[in-house]
Design a protein around this ligand. Structure first.
Ligand SMILES: NC(=O)c1ccc[n+]([C@@H]2O[C@H](COP(=O)([O-])OP(=O)(O)OC[C@H]3O[C@@H](n4cnc5c(N)ncnc54)[C@H](O)[C@@H]3O)[C@@H](O)[C@H]2O)c1
Length: 321
């Protein structure tokens, strides 16, 4: 489908019908055929949000489980920006079937791979390069899982088999994804690799248990591999530390609603949504960030730099009274 920005129409709406702008964004995100009912603007001629930032780029996107997944939103944005890509997830997640919808919508091929298996990752790159017709320009690691969290084990009572599994699935898999790629020379010169992290890598959040260590390792891998892949092939490697987000992985953490609300009230810009995260990650895949590498980039509405906010002070004072 050819995409173009109908800027003048958009400006007209902002000028005369500001209340419609929200609808337009909403319908666009929902992939509705009619982006704005009031103005009969079709989705096809309403790609004002797209800038062609990934035009001609190829990629691999992991971790899209359902519509709430951060990776799902990133895949939709990458498609809007002109990229072609494959989608991958653990075979078990794929059996749930929802990913087919996303593949259909974005023209992507689905290739199952457990991200802890070298063999399956090798196959992922082989099949991706064949489908896409050449090396990839970007890779998204959007994978996290802790059995200790799932089973409600406290930090002082962790099961070590599960702890090792958390590290393997949520952190080592990031190294594996890059090592396999580099051995196959599957990422093009100047490519970009992004993984998603959380601020529990730097600060303590009691219910995040062993995932805190997994995220610390993930960010460390970005620094170490970023050095090696940068030297070898100009490939950028970064992690994006995202606000609490209402997804399957996120809401599985006990007390999630409380720390979601706490973070929201601490952050001057409020929590970053999955859609916001998609916008940010697209810039990292694009040529606009060619010299950004080995970073952990906070995408959290300012949360990481705030000591306390007026809202929280007010709440505490109310509590004290
Ligand atoms: N939701 C949040 O609050 C939040 C905040 C910061 C960072 N993150 C991170 O974002 C990433 C994506 O999570 P999400 O919130 O979109 O939740 P999600 O549950 O939608 O995504 C997690 C994905 O990991 C996949 N996965 C698990 N084990 C796998 C394996 N062995 N091989 C391949 N894939 C596997 C799951 O199938 C799922 O698609 C994770 O790394 C998560 O830690 C989430």
């Amino acid at each position: 489908m050819q995409r173009y920005a109908n800027i003048s129409k958009y400006q007209q709406i902002i000028q005369y019908h500001p209340f419609c702008v929200q609808n337009v964004d909403h319908f666009l995100r929902k992939n509705s055929l009619i982006a704005c009912q009031n103005h009969k603007i079709t989705q096809e001629n309403f790609y004002t949000m797209a800038y062609g930032l990934l035009k001609g780029k190829r990629g691999i996107i992991s971790g899209a489980l359902n519509e709430d997944s951060i990776a799902w939103k990133i895949a939709q944005r990458a498609h809007e920006e002109g990229a072609t890509f494959t989608l991958t997830n653990a075979p078990l997640a794929m059996r749930m079937g929802e990913i087919n919808k996303l593949a259909e919508e974005t023209g992507a091929k689905i290739i199952g791979a457990d991200a802890t298996s070298i063999e399956e990752l090798e196959n992922l790159y082989d099949e991706s390069l064949e489908f896409l017709g050449g090396p990839v320009d970007f890779v998204l690691h959007s994978i996290g899982m802790s059995t200790n969290i799932r089973k409600g084990r406290e930090y002082s009572d962790l099961n070590y088999e599960w702890f090792l599994k958390s590290l393997d699935v949520s952190a080592l898999s990031f190294h594996k994804m890059m090592q396999v790629a580099q051995k196959k020379d599957a990422i093009a010169q100047g490519g970009s690799v992004v993984a998603l992290s959380y601020i529990a890598a730097q600060r303590s959040f009691p219910d995040y248990t062993d995932m805190a260590q997994a995220k610390a390792m993930l960010e460390s891998i970005a620094r170490s591999y970023g050095y090696h892949y940068g030297k070898a092939k100009g490939v950028r490697v970064n992690t994006v530390s995202q606000s609490p987000t209402k997804t399957t992985a996120g809401t599985g953490i006990s007390g999630f609603n409380a720390f979601y609300e706490y973070a929201n009230q601490m952050s001057p810009l409020g929590n970053a949504t999955a859609d916001d995260c998609a916008d940010y990650v697209i810039t990292l895949f694009s040529d606009l960030t060619k010299k950004v590498t080995m970073q952990n980039l906070f995408h959290d509405g300012g949360f990481s730099c705030v000591g306390i906010s007026e809202e929280i002070v007010e709440k505490m004072e109310q509590g004290i009274k």
